[in-house]
Ligand binder design. Structure first.
Ligand SMILES: [Zn+2]
Length: 74
């Protein structure tokens, strides 16, 4: 009886630790990879959606947010 409780407890710990490690491995795009038109265009979507970005003001075709002037553009 006591053994099965310990087994259950350790299993719960194992599940808990694997869940938390999963959230830590959630990948974020590194700054060095922000090279697409959604980052380099004169006007970019605030969310940097894939396929967004334009040389003229407008709205993002993906999320419909207004483009913002890209201050990082050289
Ligand atoms: Zn967008």
């Amino acid at each position: 009886m006591k053994t099965s409780f310990l087994l259950l407890f350790s299993t719960a710990l194992l599940i808990g630790s694997s869940v938390s490690s999963c959230t830590f491995t959630k990948d974020k795009t590194p700054a060095s990879e922000q090279t697409g038109p959604e980052y380099t265009s004169a006007y970019v979507c605030p969310m940097h959606c894939e396929g967004s970005g334009s040389d003229e003001p407008g709205t993002c075709p993906v999320c419909n947010m207004d483009y913002v002037l890209n201050e990082n553009k050289q």
